[in-house]
Design a protein around this ligand. Sequence first.
Ligand code: URA
Length: 433
Amino acid sequence: MRMVDIITKKRDGESLSEEEIRWFVNAYSDGDVPDYQASAFAMAIYFQGMSQAEAAALTYAMAESGDQLNLSAIEGVKVDKHSTGGVGDKTTLILGPLVAALDIPVAKMSGRGLGHTGGTIDKLEAFEGFRTEIDEDEFVQLVNTNKMALAGQSGNLTPADKKLYALRDVTATVNSIPLIASSVMSKKIASGSDAIVLDVKTGSGAFMENIEEAKQLAEAMVEIGNSLDRKTMALISNMDQPLGKFVGNALEVKEAIETLQGNGPDDLHELSIALASHMAVLGGKASNEAEGRRLVEKVMSDGTALEKMKLFIKGQGGNPEAVDHPAMLANANHIVSVTFEHSGYVSGMDAAQIGKAAMMLGAGRATKDDDIDHAVGLELVKKIGDYVKKGEPIAVLHANQHDTEHVVEMVMNAYSFSEEKVEKPTLIFDTIN
Ligand code: URA
């Protein structure tokens, strides 16, 4: 096979066979196809798209390009969840224990945060001693014992995707629905779960800024998952403002604990329950979402899920007492209020800008080798639809640095206001099965 023929076919809008796609993935991974040909191919896909069968073939070939987790020694239907990334999204910390409390095994691989979005591993490392570098045997044993474990992604998971994604990043070809869908799903398939619930975000803090594109991406991922024998569904959720009221690692853990205790903010509570209910359905414990919701709400209100969280934290070396006493988690030295000098309704929030402000305080990384400070971050006292009286705080910085003026300004600029009453935004736009 010759790469130039594969590029020509795609450029001219023809369909590629599974064999041709697999040949490209292998040859590119092995270094036999140079970056300039892979770039031309990615650009041809960007303009011509891919059929569902082509995207599934690309997904599968990339999933097989490196290590694949074998979870067959874990009893039960393993259900994974994936979010396309957002600001303040700590749902994994909440729905993991909720689903595990229903005896559905949660065997999750997660990543670290980069740029304006956070990562679950960074949040969990707010528990002193918490380990995420665990080998496959221990991982399987932890899930069988506690019903929940969470590990960092193995360095050799989907290397073909890693190489292609880095190339797309510098060739203006990231924003292609079949390429994003196959990239995300290849990692999910290699992570070994039987079923996948996707949370596809749309809005100012998300990859997909409008609902239509988010739906197309969700449909592409759901089709790929189902065609590769993983029961897959997606929710389309709003990321026009951060989720919950806190952004920053220990602050988000504290908010997740409060939510598991039934005292979380409405949007975070609702999205966590909705995602967990769908996981209960795919995990075979409920026949529909309403039944899933009843089960999930019960393990939240009777404390079973909170107990699961303690077991999970302890199992991976963290101190479970911090779940009962969250003040034991890192706290910042300075509290700085951001106040609004007029009265009015919050009409908009630039979620990406808020994420960047938290990063400037040290809560996130600008480059992948940066250290993070678990204690710092932001409390968003006011969110879209809330009324602010002149001089009231709209947000509070938790900082370990004295010089916070530039961050205060960033947060202020991320908010917009209106004199007219503003409705609270819709949280979940659609469900894709
Ligand atoms: N995240 C991924 O993992 N892959 C993409 O292509 C885009 C976002």
